[in-house]
Ligand binder design. Structure first.
Ligand SMILES: [Zn+2]
Length: 218
């Protein structure tokens, strides 16, 4: 777990990186990291391209506001995922283009929204469940996310975008990028005859499910 100052440094570094790479736009996207005393969370109504260290909120594990500016209205999602995954230290949620596009498709397998197209997707993400549509800020999504996050480090919210946990923020960021890249590939090959990884190929690469946050180098 990070100290408050180190946590702020990490959040701002990842916020800038998400913005600079076009993974968040406008005032969308939010980041959380566990620190001593709670969860540091990006604030509501802020651009990840311009927020500063002093702009972050501190919330508890139920997403109740402790100090700093008002947290993102999606803070409850981060808290739910962190409760479900005790070994996770950080969560990133975006409306990144390709993941959001996939989340709007009407024929996804809700238990496995993107097939195992590449080894890196299978290693970093494993299975990606789709959670049903809820309006932004609807905390009825919290229990569903908490339940699903016990077995999955990444979730896809229907008509919305991904939520990705990692052992630390760098790992969550790497997984988010891999997921976004695979969503792009999925859309590019859609309609073509594809060969996803076979079941045994996938099983050999899968991240361990449950609370361990396995880091897999590429
Ligand atoms: Zn969102």
């Amino acid at each position: 777990m990070s100290g408050d100052e180190e946590g702020r440094t990490q959040v701002i570094r990842i916020a800038r990186s998400l913005f600079d790479r076009g993974l968040v736009h406008g005032r969308t996207g939010n980041i959380s990291v566990r620190v001593d005393g709670g969860i540091l969370m990006t604030p509501t109504g802020a651009s990840l391209g311009t927020i500063e260290r002093g702009d972050l909120s501190l919330v508890n594990d139920k997403a109740q506001h402790l100090s700093g500016p008002k947290p993102s209205k999606e803070a409850f999602l981060h808290a739910a995922v962190l409760r479900a995954r005790p070994a996770a230290g950080a969560v990133i949620h975006t409306h990144s283009t390709y993941c959001a596009a996939v989340s709007c498709l009407g024929d996804l397998d809700a238990g496995d929204a993107i097939p195992p197209l590449t080894a890196y997707f299978a290693m970093r993400i494993g299975r990606l469940p789709l959670l049903p549509y809820h309006a932004p800020g609807d905390d009825a999504l919290g229990p569903l996310a908490e339940d699903m996050a016990r077995e999955h480090a990444a979730l896809l919210l229907a008509n919305h975008g991904p939520v990705v946990a990692g052992g630390d923020l760098s790992e969550a960021f790497d997984s988010l990028e891999e997921l976004e890249q695979t969503a792009k590939i999925f859309l590019v090959v859609r309609g073509a005859h594809i060969r996803p990884l076979a079941s045994d190929e996938r099983t050999r690469l899968s991240p361990s499910s449950g609370p361990d946050e396995t880091t897999t180098s590429s």
